[in-house]
Design a protein. Structure first.
Length: 330
C-alpha cells in the first residue's frame, strides 16, 4: 500500500506581518539610537538648552518692552486727545474773537462815516457863516500844531530815560506819528546829535509804514547814549535840515537838563539859529514832551527836572511849539 506524503501548509500572511514588523522595529531602533561620541552629543544638547534659555529670556524682555511701549502709546494718545480738545477750544475762541473783531470793525466804519458826515456838515456851515475865503490857519491836535511836512525826533536816550521811561516814550512816539498820517520826511537823533541810522546822516528818511515800524523797532537796540543836554541835538537838527521852503517840527523827548550850560545861554543859542519873529513864524517849530522820571507823584522834583521844565517850556514857547509835561509813566 502506497504511503501518501503530508502536504506542508504554506506560510500565512499573519506570519509575514510579524516578520515585517520585527524588522521595521530593529531598523527604527538603529535610527533613533545614539551613534557617535556621547560627550559631543551632551555638549550639543547643553548648547541647545542654553539657546532655548536665551531665547526665552529675550522673549520675556521683548514682552516687558512691549508693555512699556503700550503704556507710552496710551499716554501719548491721552495727550493727543487733550491737545485736540485744546485746539478745538482755541479755534472756538478764535472764531468768537474774529466775529467780535468784524463787528467792531463794522461799528467803527459806521462811526467813521457818521463823523465824516458831521464834519462835512460843520465845514459847510462854517463856510456859510464865515464865507468861502475862510482858511483855518492853525491846525491844533491835542494842543500841538500839526502843520509840518517834516518831523525830527531829538531823543534823550540817557540811562535814566532808557531804564524808566522807554516804554512810555515809544507810546508817545506812536501818538506823535499818528498826528501826521503822512509827511515828506522823518529823522531821528539823540540829544547829542547822533543819528539813529548813521548811514542816513543829513538826509531825510522817506516816510512809509515800514520806516515807521523800523524806527520803533530800532529804539530797543539804540545804545548811542547822550548826556542830558537838549541843546546839541536841537542845534544840529536845525543846521542840517532847515530850508526856507520846509515846514519842520522838532520833537524833543527827555526828562532832565543835567548840563553846566545856563537856560539863558541855551535859549539864546537856539534863537540865533532859528531867529525870525517870535511865535509861529519861527523857522522850525520846537515841541517838547517831558517825562516825570525825576519828578514822581508825591515826591520832590530834582533840580535837573525843574531846570529841564523851565528850559523846554521857554524853548517851545519862543519857537512856535508846545511843551507837554506828562504826569505819569503809566
Amino acid at each position: 500500500m502506497r504511503k501518501q506524503r503530508r502536504v506542508l501548509p504554506e506560510a500565512s500572511l499573519s506570519f509575514l506581518d510579524v516578520i515585517s514588523c520585527g524588522f521595521g522595529a530593529i531598523v527604527l531602533l538603529l535610527v533613533i539610537a545614539r551613534v557617535g561620541d556621547p560627550s559631543a552629543l551632551e555638549e550639543a544638547e547643553n548648547q541647545l538648552l542654553r539657546s532655548v534659555r536665551d531665547y526665552q529670556e529675550r522673549l520675556f524682555e521683548i514682552r516687558g518692552e512691549s508693555v512699556v511701549l503700550d503704556e507710552r502709546l496710551k499716554s501719548r494718545k491721552e495727550q493727543l486727545s487733550e491737545l485736540t480738545e485744546r485746539v478745538a477750544r482755541l479755534e472756538a475762541k478764535l472764531a468768537s474773537v474774529s466775529k467780535q473783531s468784524d463787528q467792531l470793525s463794522q461799528s467803527q466804519s459806521r462811526e467813521k462815516e457818521r463823523l465824516q458826515l458831521v464834519l462835512q456838515a460843520l465845514s459847510e456851515e462854517m463856510q456859510r457863516l464865515l464865507g468861502p475865503e475862510f482858511l483855518q490857519q492853525n491846525q491844533l491836535i491835542g494842543g500841538i500844531p500839526a502843520d509840518s511836512d517834516y518831523i525830527i525826533f531829538v531823543i534823550d536816550n540817557s540811562g535814566s530815560m532808557q531804564s524808566s521811561a522807554w516804554d512810555k516814550l515809544k507810546n508817545e512816539m506812536i501818538n506823535i506819528l499818528d498826528i501826521y498820517p503822512a509827511v515828506n520826511g522823518i529823522q531821528i537823533m539823540n540829544c547829542g546829535g547822533k543819528y539813529m541810522f548813521p548811514g542816513e546822516n543829513g538826509r531825510w528818511l522817506i516816510d512809509s509804514p515800514a520806516i515807521r515800524d523800523k524806527i520803533l523797532a530800532k529804539l530797543d537796540s539804540w545804545y548811542a547814549v547822550c548826556d542830558s543836554d537838549p541843546a546839541p541835538g536841537i542845534e544840529k537838527a536845525i543846521r542840517a535840515f532847515y530850508k526856507p521852503t520846509r515846514k519842520i517840527s522838532i520833537y524833543f523827548l527827555g526828562d532832565d537838563f543835567d548840563a553846566d550850560r545856563s537856560i539863558r545861554n541855551v535859549v539864546k543859542a537856539v534863537e540865533k539859529l532859528n531867529r525870525t519873529h517870535l511865535g509861529a513864524n519861527r523857522l522850525v517849530r520846537i515841541h517838547t514832551i517831558g517825562f516825570p522820571v525825576r519828578f514822581r507823584p508825591g515826591g520832590t522834583p530834582s533840580d535837573e527836572a525843574i531846570k529841564f521844565a523851565a528850559l523846554m517850556r521857554e524853548l517851545s514857547y519862543n519857537n512856535g511849539g508846545t511843551f507837554i509835561g506828562l504826569n505819569s509813566l503809566n
